[in-house]
Design a protein around this ligand. Structure first.
Ligand code: PM9
Length: 458
């Protein structure tokens, strides 16, 4: 018997019209945007796979929750609901809300890093590294080598390489390390999870070296799902139980609630350390807002609280990841080079193999993003040399091994027919790939350049 189809565990109650503008208009829009998809107007975009951040469809319960916003300056009841949701799901007793993830990263980095200290991470993330460096810290990549190889089918490419941690301690001493920053479902590696076994081993290592683990738990839901599906002993555990289990190894976490938590804005920092919490509470009032709103409206906190419970419902998580894999498998079966295994939040085109005639100096992933938009109005994001930025010491481009285009799937937003449109466009581009030309950068911001850089076609 063939496998039966499993549909999404929800139906659509409200729709937002989208349209595909004509190809000539798309070509003009891309030229005006300086070949940077961040600089397009969203009304010129047909299917928006720029990011899964803040782009989720909220549920009827969340929309109803917005009407229950308590917009008092201090002590909003929605804060206490958010606090309880974070305690229930992540297991950390102390919660500080922030306007989004980078607000929590900023506070954490400023409190926890002394200038010159190292911060080992399982691959870099743009905003996380930026805040580490602003606090005087030095990022060290300790992810397993397989994560840098888009063809490796290792099931847990987000894992930490303990040998890399040991080398750092041997050369610099444990005292030179501020904390371990561990990302769940590593974004820049292609949405790749860590295993519970690896986490256990890293935690034991951290204890021995008297170091804290602070998670970037932004995509812990998808990580937990992969553990449930792939790791021996977890098939009978719920996603929610696995999230709690993973978080039990951390002293705290920062979260961009714009991803897993199914809302359009928000973030938080959560911890079991009272000392860290006190300092964060003191600092949040300087940069974000009072410690019971942290830059958010009461209604936003209500929506996050409700989303935090919804995000770990097993049927929903399975349907979310299944849709990502639906798109990935269409591309893979059509011979398009993508990062394997297919990740949790998106499908990543491997621009090196897609455009072998383009050197990294002419920004192949950026050029591919632009070509995709002109072909079909689909918006994606560069995750290659532009995102990696420049080396602080030498001023030269960092040349990451991964030169990727991320097709990021918003949660509960598109149907599989939209995925078909995306797949057909990628397949058509792959067919005509030799015609895609490289770019040169004509404007480069000093920080997080990928957001606003401008390019011209070579
Ligand atoms: N991630 C993304 O599109 C939003 C824009 S940055 C290109 O993937 C992780 C793992 C993230 C993340 C944002 C943040 C920052 C922290 N960690 O955007 O400040 O993927 O809420 O979160 C984006 P905020």
């Amino acid at each position: 018997m063939p496998e039966r189809t499993i549909a999404e565990p929800y139906k659509i109650k409200m729709v937002e019209p989208i349209r595909q503008i004509p190809q000539r208009a798309r070509a003009r829009a891309m030229l005006e945007a300086g070949f940077n998809t961040f600089l397009l107007r969203s009304e010129d975009v047909y299917i928006d796979l720029l990011t899964d951040s803040g782009t989720s469809a909220m549920s009827d319960r969340q929309w109803a929750g917005l009407m229950l916003g308590d917009e008092s300056y201090a002590g909003s009841r929605n804060f206490y609901k958010l606090e309880k949701a974070v305690q229930d799901v992540y297991g950390f007793p102390f919660v500080v809300p922030t306007h989004q993830g980078r607000g929590a990263e900023h506070i954490t980095s400023q409190i926890r890093i002394r200038p010159g200290q190292f911060v080992p991470m399982n691959m870099y993330f743009t905003t996380t590294r930026e805040h580490v460096e602003r606090a005087g810290g030095v990022f060290v990549d300790v992810i397993i080598d397989e994560a840098h190889d888009p063809t490796s089918e290792h099931p847990f490419k987000g894992n930490v390489d303990l040998a890399k941690l040991n080398k750092l301690v041997k050369e610099r001493g444990a005292g030179s390390i501020a904390y371990l920053s561990l990302a769940t479902c590593v974004n820049m590696a292609g949405g790749q999870p860590m295993s519970m076994a690896n986490l256990r081993a890293v935690s034991a290592w951290a204890k021995r070296n008297k170091l804290a683990i602070i998670f970037d738990a932004t995509r812990v839901v998808e990580n937990a799902y992969f553990i449930q599906q792939r790791e021996k002993g977890y098939a009978d555990h719920t996603v929610r139980e696995i999230i709690k289990g993973m978080m039990s190894y951390g002293e705290g976490c920062t979260v961009s609630a714009k991803k897993d938590n199914l809302v359009n804005i928000g973030g938080f920092l959560a911890t079991r350390s009272e000392g860290f919490f006190q300092k964060a509470r003191e600092m949040v009032v300087v940069f974000e807002g009072l410690h019971t709103y942290g830059g958010l409206a009461g209604r936003d906190m209500e929506a996050i609280a409700l989303g935090t419970y919804e995000m770990c419902e097993d049927e929903y998580v399975a349907s979310r990841v299944r849709q990502v894999h639906y798109l990935g498998n269409r591309l893979r079966n059509g011979g398009v080079p993508i990062v394997l295994p297919i990740g949790g939040h998106g499908v990543f085109l491997d621009a090196r193999r897609f455009l072998p005639h383009l050197e990294q100096d002419v920004f192949p992933a950026q050029a591919l993003c632009a070509a995709l938009y002109v072909d079909s109005g689909v918006r994606a994001m560069e995750r290659g040399v532009v995102s990696a930025g420049r080396d602080q010491a030498t001023g030269k481009h960092k040349y990451p091994k991964l030169e990727l285009v991320r097709l990021t799937i918003p949660r509960r937003v598109y149907t599989n027919l939209h995925m078909d449109v995306v797949a057909e466009s990628c397949l058509a581009l792959y067919e005509g790939r030799s015609r895609i030309r490289g770019l040169r950068m004509v404007y480069e911001p000093e920080h997080l350049r990928f957001f606003q850089a401008r390019f011209k076609k070579l």
